[in-house]
Design a protein. Structure first.
Length: 466
């Protein structure tokens, strides 16, 4: 009986087995039809492609006297394709912010902003960037003297009376604050005239430096420096005038320079301001440096040198070709080793054929300079009043490319066109020791987010002015 039970359990049910065979046969037949193209589809499952989008934003600001960044809305933005054709024209919101959603990861764009310098006519500033990442938040710093709002600023102007060690012959004075003149009262007293200090209302005053260098009674170089940190503290002088009084007793240090150094300028940067600016001549063997003040631990030393290869007048206009070098370091002697290249760039200095008649350009013969910043200066005319209007169009791009100046921008094509007078061009070829990646160059010039980018930077300048 046990054997019979086991046999029954190992024998398949005939009816169920036949149904299973039919099912397998149908599945096999259906698969064969699909493999031969029947059924009009793929047997594998497909996932629908979701279009990607990239959020782009740009903030336009104008900075007032006390360093406050305010929205600037007298500006428009053109989003463009890689060939500079316009995708969309945008207006900023009340905060000066442009927002755009792009289908492409890389975009071109051009800013068109009204600009004005003190004492000059209102003009236009065009700024273009080539193949930037759409997800990079960008900034635009506007310049318009008549639209700066200082309502939130507290600005005070007074004389600063500096007392110092005896200096019989003053050779140099500096201040991080704006001032109109200096007056030597005697060997131990010097006045800085009409010094202006500004802060946000109820905010902190900036820390401003004042320095004096000259010859002491023993024919040695002497220096005196000091800082005003609170401009609400005043004093009365002998003429019953309200002034700021400063006792300056930080001495100067003579720092030796390497032989064969170039002419250069240098200054100290700390607390957001530039201090103790110096011009160093080629034959100077030392620098008179204020190097023992209370802020020295947070000081960076910035030095800049230039080599001029040619500066001539030609049929094209006034031509200047030069190289420049900038070094920023927390070590003064590292900064003082700044040295602009004495090798002339490999460019056509006769016909300047790197920029073509169709406004394409090619500076690839200048090796290892990833970015070209090219500005075109125009003398345009305001379309309604027909008065002169200065216009500059600056483009940030790779070392070869196409300038956007031939692109018709809606609302501006009657100002910039083939008939607009060109006053000149200025090309800057840029090389940062920090990076060779073009994307990193864009990142700095779009929003200056990478401060190390300019710590060691070289450039060639080709300027043509008609």
């Amino acid at each position: 009986m046990l054997k019979k039970s086991l046999k029954l359990k190992t024998t398949p049910n005939t009816s169920l087995w036949q149904q299973h065979k039919k099912t397998l046969l149908l599945l096999s037949l259906f698969g064969s039809i699909q493999a031969c193209g029947g059924g009009g589809g793929d047997s594998s499952a497909t996932t629908p492609t979701i279009p990607k989008s990239y959020a782009f934003s740009l903030t336009s600001t104008l900075t007032n006297k006390c360093g406050e960044k305010l929205p600037y809305v007298d500006v428009e933005l053109f989003i463009q394709n890689s060939d500079w054709s316009v995708i969309e024209k945008l207006q900023p919101d009340a905060s000066g912010v442009f927002s755009f959603t792009s289908d492409s990861e890389l975009i071109n764009y051009t800013i068109a902003a009204k600009t004005r310098q003190i004492g000059k006519a209102e003009g236009l500033d065009f700024v273009s960037f080539n193949q930037v990442k759409a997800t990079t938040a960008a900034n635009y710093q506007a310049q318009h003297a008549e639209q700066i709002d200082n309502a939130n600023c507290e600005c005070v102007t007074k004389n600063v009376e500096v007392t110092h060690a005896p200096i019989s012959n003053i050779t140099k004075v500096t201040s991080s604050a704006n001032f109109s003149d200096t007056e030597i009262i005697n060997s131990q007293s010097t006045h800085f005239v009409n010094v202006e200090a500004c802060r946000l209302v109820d905010g902190s005053w900036p820390v401003h430096s004042f320095s004096i260098v000259g010859i002491g009674n023993n024919s040695n170089v002497l220096g005196a420096a000091g800082f005003i940190v609170d401009f609400s503290q005043t004093a009365m002088n002998n003429n019953n005038e309200e002034i700021w009084a400063l006792a300056a007793f930080d001495g100067v240090e003579n720092v030796s320079l390497n032989n064969g150094h170039q002419t250069f300028t240098t200054h100290q940067s700390f607390l957001g301001l530039e201090h103790f600016a110096i011009n160093v001549a080629e034959d100077d063997n030392k620098v008179d440096l204020f190097n023992s003040h209370v802020y020295v631990a947070e000081t960076d030393y910035q030095s800049n040198a230039e080599v001029i290869f040619s500066e001539v007048d030609s049929a094209f206009g006034s031509i200047k070709i030069s190289s420049q070098h900038q070094v920023i370091s927390s070590v003064s002697t590292t900064s003082f080793a700044v040295e602009a290249s004495d090798k002339k760039p490999n460019v056509d200095d006769v016909f300047f054929s790197e920029i073509k008649s169709d406004w394409s350009y090619d500076y690839s013969d200048v090796a290892d300079y990833p970015m070209a910043i090219i500005s075109v200066h125009y003398q345009a005319f305001e379309p309604i009043a027909n008065t002169p209007m200065p216009v500059t169009w600056k483009s940030y791009g790779e070392i070869t490319g196409q300038l956007p100046v031939t692109t018709a921008l809606a609302g501006y094509d009657d100002i910039i066109n083939d008939d607009t007078l060109i006053l000149g061009t200025n090309t800057i070829l840029v090389q940062s020791k920090n990076t060779n990646d073009y994307a990193n160059y864009l990142l700095y010039y779009q929003n200056a987010s990478n401060s190390t980018f300019v710590n060691d930077i070289k450039s060639y300048h080709i300027a043509i002015e008609k």
